[in-house]
Design a binder for this molecule. Structure first.
Ligand SMILES: [Zn+2]
Ligand SMILES: [Zn+2]
Length: 264
């Protein structure tokens, strides 16, 4: 189900969430508005024209309603994928429908809900290489580290082809993306920043009116706040934030109203 679009971004929801990966504050309920589908929302991909390139399509997949992103340039026919959750068939089908060849599957972090579909995507597109921050590359093949054993849904992904380091600029789909290391929710969390169009794919670090949970093994609340302040709140206020769960937001909006990490 499509939930609207902003700055060349399309949203498709396949599952309702059964759990939350965001922090909750009792006195201020977190809005679940746009990703909790409205019955009157239009069908996926209808009547949209995306003039901003690259186009980013969001597929909300699996039992934790994880946002997985397909980033593509319709003219160059190149694409890459950020995160692959459970049951990634709609994403795979869309890549085939558009006649794209993915360069890479880039992982914002290696929690189970962001990697469970990597093997299936890799099997569909064997040429796609798997990228992840150096701090979590071993999590891909270890169900204890990626929390899938504890969740009772043990998953592994193929080993990575490339480890990422903070501050490097990588070429994906013919465009430059900056890698920012954002530990806290997990040690190897990253944000992928497209400076030219002021869009950032941030995984589970920052959400609309919330931040990533810090009660899992490997979490660190003080590092999370530092990551948000140093790596995300330093981006221009109109930077569109594409999170791992829930609706998009902007840096300016979160600096003004995020109840967990208010801007100073
Ligand atoms: Zn996570
Ligand atoms: Zn998640």
């Amino acid at each position: 189900m499509q939930l609207g679009s902003d700055r060349g971004t399309r949203w498709v929801v396949k599952r309702r969430p059964i759990g939350a990966f965001a922090m909750k504050r009792a006195s201020s309920p977190i809005p679940t508005s746009r990703h909790s589908a409205s019955p009157s929302a239009p069908s996926a991909f209808s009547g949209l024209s995306c003039t901003v390139q690259p186009t980013i399509e969001c597929f909300t997949l699996g039992p934790w309603a994880t946002n997985c992103y397909l980033v593509h340039d319709t003219q160059r026919k190149r694409c890459w994928i950020a995160d692959a959750s459970f049951e990634p068939e709609p994403l795979i089908d869309r890549v085939r429908e558009l006649g794209l060849v993915p360069d890479a599957i880039v992982l914002t972090h290696a929690h189970l809900d962001h990697i469970a579909g990597v093997r299936q995507v890799k099997e569909a597109f064997p040429e796609a290489t798997i990228w992840i921050h150096e701090a979590e590359h071993k999590w891909l093949t270890d169900p204890v580290l990626n929390l899938s054993a504890a969740a009772g849904l043990p998953v592994t992904a193929p080993e990575c082809d490339r480890v990422l380091f903070s501050g490097e600029t990588v070429e994906l789909g013919g465009e430059n993306w900056e890698v920012r290391h954002t530990p806290g929710h997990s040690p190897g969390g990253i944000a992928l920043v497209h400076k030219k169009t002021r869009r950032a794919i941030v995984g589970d670090t920052l959400f609309a009116a919330s931040v990533g949970r810090t009660d899992f093994p490997g979490c660190d609340p003080s590092r999370l706040e530092k990551s948000i302040r140093k790596q995300l709140y330093t981006l221009p206020d109109d930077t569109l934030i594409l999170p791992g769960h829930g609706p998009s937001t902007t840096i300016g909006r979160e600096k003004a109203s995020n109840p967990f990490v208010p801007g100073r």
